[in-house]
Design a binder for this molecule. Structure first.
Ligand code: FAD
Length: 564
């Protein structure tokens, strides 16, 4: 590995040409950002919601399987908690999970009251299904396998109903570049680039008493991901540069069943939801042999890391780069009714879920870590909150349980809105003036996005080793020596590429430190889970001199340490 990673304080960007003042800025319009903005709007005077492209762009609209909540009378939050802890392999924060599972059912009911239409049975009850790692049917879904699209639609319609309210302002095509801070580090706004008309165009300064980063995941760090193009880890990189503590970033979930379209495939790839296995689909190798039985008591429905690891092992044994998903026995009528989006997306690529073995391989899917926050969504920087996939609340530990992420966005957005409201009422977070921007700046040319992805996929991907991580570290360090020509075009694609680079450097650093295999972190050179040395969290923080400091925070070996 190279010497300590150094990060600049800011991205190269033109100085702000306009400014605005509000109470709260919400960055991002997925389930986390929309929920926070809608609730805050009822409680504070002015909310500004900015989103990088259009409102329904982001992972939320792509979510297929559903949202997990113990809503069946036979189920209980305690059982949901237990399943979540097992999936998190000893690293979940029990208090955060308790908040998730106990507040979750009510938050889902509120989503229904807001207009989200979940699939129901003939008696009108919400249908609940099962996904990997859940011991109960507790996944509410919509439009069969289009849950995220329906949730996004309902939240955006709710937003449109209040958009004439002077208390809320929504700006699309508004990309947040960096945070504004006071002399003592408090976050008091953002610099934001707007593709607009008139006064609000180009880079501006938006001042606020509190900022919520709800910018989603980092899937575009890898060549193949289920995440859309906007998932470039902006919020995490922005928080990192500003000096916020990051946690658990080495735990990246690779979804086991992503359509395999060949080595050259790049960017967002079609996901085949776990729900297909939940309904009886199973994995086979190239010889048609089932291989999950005997690996885990839940076989094909084992937690995702277990399934992804078994697929990687089988691919290695058979010298192939994919395995197959078999759902043929479920019947055409059933798969077309239950999985209309998956069937349509596979058909576009020439596969018939009802008749073909479908080639699949693991691809990046979810970031379990992110900006470290407490139970109220507060980061280590005063005035800065993070919510949804950009945050690390501790609910996922080393590996997210299926369908817990939409719920996390929902539950913690409420908590954040209520915390900000209470702090405002107590006179905290008074308006503040940002310090003049200082410190180093950087920019990586947009065309290097693919170089970052290649380095991360080869070195910090689904299977890692000291050697592969050192290779990624070296390539990223070389890219970080930006040239003058790199810095020539400060524009959205270059800001995104630079965010990916910064996050990739930190992820690779902490992944190299964790010498064990746990959850989403799979080391070929340390294939076992090692509670004695590694039952704990890795944090990373940028110090004022630009160096990134890592630290290890052990947990007592008994607390929250569930068998995988
Ligand atoms: C294919 C797929 C299927 C999934 N299925 C499920 C499922 O069934 N159940 C489940 O619980 N989870 C699922 N997930 C995960 C889940 O969808 C996400 O974790 C969740 O939607 C994240 O919500 P979010 O609000 O945090 O982020 P997102 O929904 O990703 O929203 C992020 C927002 O931030 C904006 N943004 C980003 N950067 C900036 C910037 N610099 N400036 C301004 N705006 C910015 C984006 O444009 C976007 O609006 C799935 C994910 C994918 C990709």
């Amino acid at each position: 590995m190279t010497d300590t990673v150094r990060l600049p304080r800011r991205l190269d960007a033109p100085p702000p040409g306009w400014s605005t003042d509000v109470d709260v800025i919400v960055v991002g319009s997925g389930i986390a950002g929309l929920t926070a903005a809608l609730r805050l709007r009822e409680q504070v005077d002015t909310v500004l919601l900015v989103t990088k492209t259009v409102l329904n762009e982001g992972s939320t609209a792509w979510a297929q399987g559903g949202i997990a909540a113990a809503m069946d009378p036979a189920d209980s939050p305690e059982e949901h908690l237990r399943d979540t802890l097992v999936a998190g392999v000893g690293l979940c924060d029990v208090e955060a999970v308790t908040a998730l599972v106990t507040e979750g059912p009510q938050r889902v009911r509120e989503l229904v009251a807001l207009g989200a239409e979940f699939d129901r049975d003939s008696a009108g009850e919400i249908l609940l299904t099962r996904e990997g790692g859940h011991h109960r049917d507790r996944i509410a879904h919509a439009g069969g396998d289009a849950t995220g699209r329906e949730i996004s639609r309902a939240l955006i319609e709710a937003l449109h109903r209040v958009q004439s309210d002077p208390g809320i302002q929504v700006v699309e095509h508004a990309l947040v570049v960096d945070l504004l801070q006071t002399d003592d580090g408090r976050v008091c706004g953002v610099t934001v680039h707007v593709i607009g008309e008139g006064q609000v165009d180009g880079v501006g300064a938006a001042h606020a008493r509190a900022v919520i980063l709800a910018t989603g995941g980092l899937g575009q760090l890898y060549s193949a991901t289920t995440n859309p193009a906007v998932s470039t880890g902006d919020g995490m990189a922005i928080a990192l540069r500003a000096g916020a503590v990051m946690a658990d970033v080495e735990f990246v979930q690779f979804h086991p069943t992503v359509l395999w379209l060949g080595e050259a495939a790049n960017g967002q790839q079609p996901l085949i939801s776990e729900a297909v296995r939940g309904e009886g689909g199973f994995l086979v190798d190239g010889d048609g042999v089932r291989f999950m039985q005997g690996v885990h008591e839940m076989a094909d429905l084992a937690p995702r890391d277990v399934v992804a690891r078994a697929i990687v092992a089988r691919m290695r044994e058979t010298g192939t780069d994919h395995v197959y998903l078999d759902a043929r026995h479920l019947g055409r009528e059933f798969v077309e009714r239950r999985f209309p989006s998956i069937v349509a997306s596979l058909r576009e690529h020439g596969f018939d879920l009802a008749a073909d073995l479908v080639p699949v391989a693991p691809a990046q899917h979810y970031a379990s870590g992110g900006v470290k926050v407490d139970l109220h969504g507060r980061s280590s920087l005063d005035g800065l909150y993070a919510c949804g996939e950009a945050s690390c609340t501790g609910v996922h530990g080393a590996n997210r349980l299926a369908s817990n992420s939409l719920l996390e966005g929902l539950v913690f957005a409420h908590r954040i809105a209520d915390d900000i409201t209470a702090r405002f009422a107590a006179g905290e977070l008074a308006p503040a003036t940002p310090a003049a921007p200082t410190g180093e700046t950087a920019l990586l040319a947009a065309e290097h996005r693919r170089d970052v992805q290649r380095a991360m996929t080869a070195g910090s991907g689904v299977v890692r080793s000291a050697e592969s991580l050192a290779g990624a570290d070296h390539e990223l360090a070389t890219l970080a020596k930006a040239t003058e020509s790199d810095r020539a075009n400060p524009e959205p694609a270059a800001w995104e590429a630079t965010n990916l680079l910064h996050l990739g450097q930190v992820l690779t650093t902490v992944a190299a430190l964790r010498e064990e295999t746990r959850g989403g972190h799979l080391r070929s050179d340390f294939p076992e889970r090692d509670d004695e040395d590694w039952l704990g969290h890795l944090h990373a923080v940028r110090r004022p001199d630009g160096t990134v400091e890592t630290s290890y925070h052990p947990l007592p070996v008994t607390a929250g340490s569930e068998p995988a």
